[in-house]
Design a protein around this ligand. Structure first.
Ligand code: ASP
Length: 276
């Protein structure tokens, strides 16, 4: 039985579940786990409803810097703060498969992408511009207390996208994000950090969403991966998420026998299965 789980971000609208499901069904048709998770993430990057690729959040200075990563057992690729490409997840895949490196950042990631033929693309949308204006207005009014205030965290979260899959017994994971809003240019979240926002090995695959700083602090994806086999995945993920208290977080995870999608906020997700 092949399985793919996709999510559209912790704190995102529950009614997007149908769309996520449609993309997940489309993606599981791919012939291997890596292509399947990339396809699921690409479809969401191209849909402006999600904070990844087209529709990404803007930084305080108005720029859009995107993070993405892919992982299979024993290999990893990521781009950090890449600008002006349509599908960061594809560049992350190429860092893994076509460069000697694991992570490329900023200007170097963009140069690498252009060398491989990725064309100029502006991912900004009217909605993202309005979102930034709302944030700046709140800042001006002194309505935003501090970056770590739970109220702030709940209001300005991202809607990152991610997918994990087991196809023909092989695991893969992928993630892409425009980051949380109201962040400085250059800020890096958990998504492109191995073990924090994403992990995949022989036992399974895990992708996280939520406040990147907190997810990194706890190495959430690796922590869950490490516990696979200890008890059922649902229980492991629930225990790890409870440690976040009121801080928004969500995970999707898959192992040989088990699947789990869980968040302490609303999180549109889909678990799709197919028999080949
Ligand atoms: N984890 C992402 C970040 O901190 C945001 C999100 O999941 O929505 O960049």
């Amino acid at each position: 039985m092949d399985v793919l789980i996709a999510h559209g971000g912790a704190s995102h609208r529950e009614d997007l579940r149908k769309i996520v499901e449609k993309y997940a069904f489309n993606a599981i048709e791919e012939e291997n786990a890596l292509n399947a998770v990339i396809k699921a993430v690409m479809l969401m990057e191209d849909d402006p409803e999600f904070n990844a690729g087209t529709g990404s959040n803007m930084r305080v200075d108005g720029s859009i810097q995107m993070d993405a990563a892919v992982m299979v057992p024993g290999d990893f690729g990521a781009v950090i703060n890449i600008e002006y490409v349509k599908n960061p997840v594809l560049v992350a895949r190429d860092v893994m498969l076509r460069s000697p490196h694991m992570i490329l950042a900023g200007d170097g990631a963009l140069k690498f992408a252009r060398k491989l033929g990725y064309e100029y693309y502006d991912p900004s949308t009217e909605e993202a511009i309005k979102r930034r204006e709302r944030v700046l207005q709140k800042l001006k009014n002194g309505e935003i207390p501090s970056y770590y205030h739970p109220q702030f965290l709940a209001e300005f979260l991202g809607d990152t996208v991610g997918a994990v899959a087991r196809i023909n017994g092989e695991f893969a994971a992928a993630v892409s994000t425009g980051g949380t809003s109201l962040t400085l240019r250059g800020r890096v979240g958990d998504s492109p950090i191995i073990g924090a926002g994403i992990y995949c090995g022989k036992k399974g695959a895990v992708v996280a969403t939520g406040i990147g700083e907190e997810i990194m602090r706890r190495m959430l994806s690796f922590r869950i991966y490490n516990r696979i086999g200890e008890k059922c995945l649902e229980e492991i993920c629930r225990e790890e998420i409870e440690k976040f208290g009121d801080i928004p977080v969500g995970v999707i995870a898959i192992s040989d026998e088990d699947v789990c999608a869980i968040s302490n906020r609303s999180m549109p997700y889909a678990i799709v299965k197919t028999q080949r």
